[in-house]
Ligand binder design. Structure first.
Ligand SMILES: [Mg+2]
Length: 178
């Protein structure tokens, strides 16, 4: 049985726009350009007891732009690249379909990760760059990076905090975790 002490905290990360620059439907490692500040952010999580879990919508598969095998292969390459720099992503969760409870902003992928890794969502964080990265679930705090997508609605209703760099998000996170 799990007791309270076994619950873990997590840093959930959207992939495109947070790990790599969002060039729309990236699926080859050669097209990966890492976002400024991502290594420092992952390092902080790795050294402060936060699991790092990627949650990514990959509807390019449903659209036939690339295959699920490409997604898996890309994540393996990214993982290898990070591990060579002593950075750890604990899990890569993706959704290939549109009509799915797992597709963000629906919370299926996060619930799946929560149950698999025994995560306390109320002590966890989601970082993304799109309104749909604010998931329909109570618990985690959401920090959004201003990038390619409109965040005006979110800003208005204050359901997430909005930042202009991952460096600023890391500084914010440091106030939460010590
Ligand atoms: Mg994104």
């Amino acid at each position: 049985m799990n007791d309270q002490e076994n619950y873990k905290k997590a840093l959930f990360l959207d992939r495109d726009g947070i790990l790599n620059i969002d060039k729309a439907y990236v699926y080859r490692f050669e097209d990966i350009q890492w976002v400024d500040g991502i290594f420092e952010l992952i390092h902080f999580a790795n050294t402060h007891g936060l699991l790092v879990i990627v949650l990514t919508n990959q509807s390019g598969v449903a659209q036939g732009k690339y295959q699920e095998a490409d997604v898996i292969a890309l994540h393996n390459e990214m993982k290898k690249f990070l591990e060579a720099r002593n950075l750890r992503v604990d899990d890569w969760v993706y959704c290939t379909e549109y009509d799915s409870d797992r597709r963000k902003p629906r919370p299926g992928m996060m619930i799946e990760a929560r149950d698999k890794h025994n995560i306390d969502l109320s002590q966890s964080y989601m970082i993304g760059d799109k309104a749909s990265d604010l998931l329909d679930i109570v618990g985690p705090k959401t920090f959004l990076l201003r990038g390619n997508y409109p965040l005006d609605e979110i800003e208005k209703n204050k359901k997430a905090e909005i930042f202009s760099s991952l460096k600023d998000i890391l500084e914010r996170l440091k106030k939460e975790i010590n």
